[in-house]
Design a protein around this ligand. Sequence first.
Ligand SMILES: C[S@@+](CC[C@H](N)C(=O)[O-])C[C@H]1O[C@@H](n2cnc3c(N)ncnc32)[C@H](O)[C@@H]1O
Length: 341
Amino acid sequence: MEEFREKIFGYLIEINDIVDKIDSEAKKGARYFLWDQAKNFVKIRILIVKIKELDRNLERFSPDDLIMRLLGTSIASQNELFQSYGEDNWYFKFKAAIKDFQDVIFDLYIYRFTYDTFSENSRDNDRKANILMSLVNTSSALLEIGPGTGPLFRRLIRRGYDVNAIEYDSRMIHELFSRCSEAQGRVINADFFEYNLGENIYDMIFIESGIFLFTLLNNKLFFELFPNLEFERVRIGFNKIFRALKRNGMFLIGIQGLMKKVDIGRGMTFEMKRTQLEDRAEREINWCFKKGYLSKKKILYKIRQSKPTIPFEKFLQFSFETGFRDIQIHDSYEWVILRKD
Ligand SMILES: C[S@@+](CC[C@H](N)C(=O)[O-])C[C@H]1O[C@@H](n2cnc3c(N)ncnc32)[C@H](O)[C@@H]1O
């Protein structure tokens, strides 16, 4: 929460600064005779008032409130506003500042607030967790890497499985605990790549996300220049997991299915398109306001990614070099299973 406040304050100060400049321009008045310009001016005024109000009352609003108020106003005014102003510097600065502000809010809040809803509704977590449970028993020691808000983790806990997790995003852990208090004491808040998992501890380690199938850096150019650094990190990850498993232990990697369009409440939908190409995955994720909410359907926030993925031969090479012998894809195509013999 503190980190969020600090960031949000920084952005608010920047936005306020720029907004003040708009304010003083606007007071010159003569530019606003035409009706559509006047309308835009009103929108800016609303935005200014809202932003200033937020700034003063930050402590009083719940984070949810705060975000919806800011997004509601900035989205509504932003497009038209930007189209009708000239190419003055402050206008671009204003646009960039608002965009940054939204990025931060999405990164820190919207993603984790909506994560559980879209993952619960876009795949069959019961089935996915049942497969894990069918491979072990309640006295087996399990570890999940990156449980997020816990779609699988909490199913296992509630069925009495001895499962722990390592998750580096404390905000996700907070969300997880708020949904499953039994998870408390079972999650290590650390980066898997930095943390010493120990040796011969777990019967099963599983990961339902792309850390191993995607490369670890998002920067395509960097990957193209230094692919070996990236591969090296994956190799380190495989070794860590191998060592932490008991003999006959299993490492399971979840295969992400296609995600359906999901209603995430507050008038919003979550839509994701994902195309796997030979060397990379293309993803587009849209958070949209539904038709009727802000008159017509509007994309509220878009994430477009092109992530290089580890070629299958490399994956096999790393697995065998690490010592895994038996590699199998589960019949349901939801898990890849690597065994330590
Ligand atoms: C796509 S989410 C998957 C969440 C969950 N396992 C599920 O089934 O939906 C990936 C999660 O892995 C976490 N994560 C990514 N890299 C990590 C790392 N190096 N160490 C620990 N957690 C990590 C992220 O913070 C995020 O919560």
